[in-house]
Ligand binder design. Structure first.
Ligand code: GLC
Length: 412
């Protein structure tokens, strides 16, 4: 493994400014089911005669991308110039010193044009180690046509969601009440935290103390298990985003938790449910004060080991990605939440995503997952234990106690 990585790094590093006099930049990003990444590259390359961005498509799963990048970066590999980074990685990558600080490329004024949450999430000890490309927040999609037909209001609480999902599953060609992501992977942590937060629970408090073992968290975990048992497809504990979206697009589910990109797919011409979908915030639990959304999102960072010429070219690409032109591609082609503030007032963007205007406040209130250089281990503790609850191998009480013990050990 190390050998192979070493070889590829030296050959690609040596090619940096050879060829047709163009600087070639390799941008690695997760599998993109929208046209966003390709359009960004096309638009950038068309404007830059001396730089050529090429893409390296990675698996869709955040965890798999993470492990591949960590192996490469730890070995000093230079086969990738620009990385798409999940919002949970900057503390870890920053602490390891793997990414080029971008403070010299982006002024304070440049950064002020972007949403503050994602900008803060990409800083590590005063260094801007990545620049947000788009942000994410979990939302609840629902079949507007079905709720209207049966005279129902969209749910605001766990209980209302459960009652409606049970009552409406099977109506109008649906089979399931609710579909979401319950595979053992990062997306499960995002889903679970939304119930925990919405029920007044938390993993770490403001001072970093582990507070996960609470009645609120246990109750939220039990609710998730009830969803799995009573209203979700039998395979839901193997579903990631693409599988859950597919069930919803097939017209088989009444409710669907996903990220905003699912709007574009649901309302596109190839969708069987086009024009029949509504989107609302996730519901709140009996012990909570409001529904909660997990903050997600992807960011662009530059490999610290590449040469100066490549770093400059890579920074040009990132600047383009957060320019109005780049961000329109993100919002319209990707259906994703842009990070450039002015996009939320842009007519074309709002036409493609009517829910952006209405949802600006709740989307911006999305909560970050525990911020720690050890986040992958924390996530693993949550994923393993919660997945066992959902598949019937552990009680919610046991799982939450295990998570508390494991995180205390990790953060010691
Ligand atoms: C989305 C989010 C990301 C999250 C992932 C989980 O891509 O943007 O932050 O980790 O989903 O599947």
């Amino acid at each position: 493994m190390m050998m192979a990585v070493g070889c590829s790094s030296s050959s690609s590093g040596g090619n940096s400014s050879e060829g047709e006099g163009k600087v070639k930049i390799v941008w690695a990003h997760g599998k993109d089911d929208t046209a966003q990444s390709k359009k960004l590259i096309e638009a950038f390359n068309a404007k830059h005669q001396n730089i050529e961005v090429v893409e390296l498509e990675m698996p869709q799963k955040s965890d798999a991308q993470h492990d591949d990048y960590v192996t490469k970066l730890a070995a000093g590999d230079t086969s990738i110039d620009v990385f798409s980074l999940d919002i949970i990685w900057p503390p870890e990558f920053g602490a390891a010193g793997w990414l080029e600080p971008l403070n010299d490329y982006f002024s304070k004024e440049d950064l002020e044009k972007l949403l503050p949450g994602p900008v803060e999430g990409t800083q590590y000890k005063g260094k801007q180690i990545a620049i947000p490309l788009y942000t994410d927040a979990g939302v609840l999609f629902y079949r507007k046509d079905i709720l209207e037909k049966y005279g129902k209001q969209p749910p605001k609480t766990f209980e209302e969601l459960m009652v409606l999902a049970k009552e409406l599953q099977g109506k109008e060609g649906t089979k399931y009440g609710f579909v979401f992501q319950a595979n053992q992977y990062e997306g499960l942590v995002c889903n679970w935290l939304e119930y925990v937060w919405a029920n007044g629970g938390n993993v770490l408090d403001k001072d970093g103390n582990v507070v996960v073992n609470s009645p609120n968290t246990i109750e939220a975990t039990k609710f998730m298990k009830e969803l799995v048992d009573q209203v979700a497809p039998p395979g839901v504990t193997t579903y990631q985003e693409p599988e859950s979206l597919a069930v919803f697009l097939e017209g088989k589910a009444v409710f669907h938790r996903n990220w905003p990109y699912a709007w574009k797919a649901s309302s596109g011409p190839e969708s069987k449910i086009s024009g029949k979908v509504g989107v609302i915030p996730m519901p709140k639990g009996p012990k909570g004060t409001s529904g909660a959304a997990t903050l997600g999102g992807w960011n662009l960072g530059i490999n610290k080991n590449i040469d100066e010429e490549k770093k400059k070219a890579a920074a040009e690409f990132i600047k383009f990605a957060v320019s109005p032109e780049g961000q329109k591609i993100v919002a319209i082609e990707g259906g994703r939440l842009p990070v450039l503030k002015e996009m939320y007032k842009d007519e074309e963007v709002l036409k493609a995503n009517p829910h952006f205007a209405e949802f600006f406040e709740p989307l911006m209130a999305a909560k970050p997952r525990p911020v720690s250089p050890n986040y992958p281990k924390i996530s693993d503790a949550i994923q393993r234990n919660i997945h066992k609850v959902l598949t019937g191998g552990l009680s919610a009480e046991e799982a939450v106690a295990n998570i508390e013990k494991e995180i205390k050990e990790i953060e010691k």
